[in-house]
Write a protein that binds this ligand. Structure first.
Ligand SMILES: *Cc1c(COP(=O)(O)O)cnc(C)c1O
Length: 379
């Protein structure tokens, strides 16, 4: 263990990187008195981000979680509808379904991409299934061509939790990652950030109208302001202050994604030939945006995941374990979700996987040092 390092540095697992006009924009928002949910940065960020991913509409929200809830409501998902999603995802994917009384149906992960296993999906479709929720785990896109074909064949909506996939592509297209409606997160560790924030994107004029209506307490969208509400809505309005940061970040989106991909390449090289860990893949049709660089211990490893994370921590290197799968969540069992199936791949990932520091602005030297420390502990 390199103890000199341990005392000097801490390498955080992921930090925001604000090296553009963020501060100038926030100051402008304050100076001009536009600090709530109107103002030029909202429009600029909504149009800029939807343009960046290739969607017709972008609707800003307060978080990725609220964007996902709003996307589901806007697409017409209702209480009692079944929605199929990966068990290996972040809890917000499933909670968004619970908020509307929909029924989450879990499917196992693929061993190499860690995204939902399309081959195991169709057997989960029932007469009550309304949609599939695809999640591009840690930045690798799901097999959207296969999902699109399945959804078309079975008359299902394709909803995307894109929180981890800013900058990812399928067949050289960002638009191809979006499905019928997608939700993004701009939490501080995502590929671009507003601190807290999210966005719904869609090509559908109808879904867009719904999203703007529901996110603003279902205020009547035309006619006099009579304070009569026909439906139950939410306040999920993004503020101009958050949008100011987003508009600044967006100018650097390509550079940030390139940086995360360069970092992943350096990790790949630094860890090449080590049969004790599996590293992230990139399918020939995919562009992985490497939100997080994960590694999974193979059966050949003798050290436990938790011990390995501890030793890295002693070297000043912060890591995080992979997600706990949805079928193991007490909250979802209590809610009544069917958690009884077998999900061996997700269980394996959650027991043996963790992610390494993945900030945009990591240096090659830091990555080399992390690889050395990791290989030392594996030995
Ligand atoms: C980060 C994340 C979210 C939630 O985003 P918030 O902005 O933190 O609410 C949802 N789904 C996935 C897969 C995420 O990684």
């Amino acid at each position: 263990m390199s103890s000199a390092l341990a005392r000097k540095t801490r390498i955080p697992v992921c930090e925001p990187f604000l090296d553009g006009p963020e501060l100038d924009y926030v100051i402008e928002a304050v100076r001009t008195n536009w600090i709530s949910s109107n103002g030029r940065f909202i429009r600029e960020f909504e149009e800029g981000f939807s343009g960046y991913v290739g969607a017709k509409h972008g609707i800003g929200t307060t978080s990725g979680t609220t964007a996902l809830h709003l996307a589901l409501v806007s697409a017409g998902i209702a209480a009692g509808d079944e929605v199929i999603l990966p068990t290996f995802t972040m809890i917000a994917s499933a909670f968004a379904l619970c908020y509307i009384g929909a029924i989450p149906v879990f499917v196992d992960a693929e061993a190499d991409t860690w995204t939902l296993d399309v081959d195991r999906l169709e057997e989960k479709v029932t007469a009550k299934t309304k949609a599939i929720m695809a999640v591009h785990i840690y930045g690798h896109p799901c097999d959207m061509s296969a999902l699109r074909a399945l959804c078309d064949r079975r008359g299902l909506l394709l909803i995307v939790d894109g929180a981890e996939s800013i900058g990812a592509e399928v067949n050289e297209s960002r638009r191809s990652t979006l499905g019928d409606i997608a939700a993004f997160s701009f939490y501080a560790n995502k590929n671009i950030t507003t601190g807290e924030g999210g966005m719904v994107v869609t090509d559908s004029d109808k879904f867009e109208r719904n999203a703007r209506y529901f996110k603003n307490l279902c205020f009547p969208t035309d006619g006099p302001r009579n304070y009569l509400h026909e439906d139950i809505g939410f306040n999920y309005r993004m503020s101009n202050l958050h949008a100011a940061i987003g508009a600044a970040q967006l100018k650097k989106a390509d550079a940030y994604v390139d940086a995360r991909r360069r970092n992943a390449g350096l990790y790949d090289d630094g860890l090449a030939g080590c049969n004790l860990i599996a590293t992230p893949v990139e399918k020939p049709w995919a562009k992985n945006c490497y939100w997080m660089y994960g590694v999974v211990l193979t059966d050949a490893a003798t050290i436990s995941r938790d011990q390995l994370m501890k030793e890295l921590g002693d070297d000043g290197i912060e890591t995080r374990p992979f997600f706990m799968p949805m079928h193991r969540q007490p909250a979802l069992k209590k809610y009544g979700a069917d958690c009884s199936g077998l999900f061996p791949v997700a269980d394996h990932l959650s027991q043996n996987g963790f992610y390494l520091p993945s900030s945009t602005h990591l240096t090659p030297e830091t990555i080399a040092l992390i690889c050395r420390s990791l290989k030392n502990s594996l030995r």
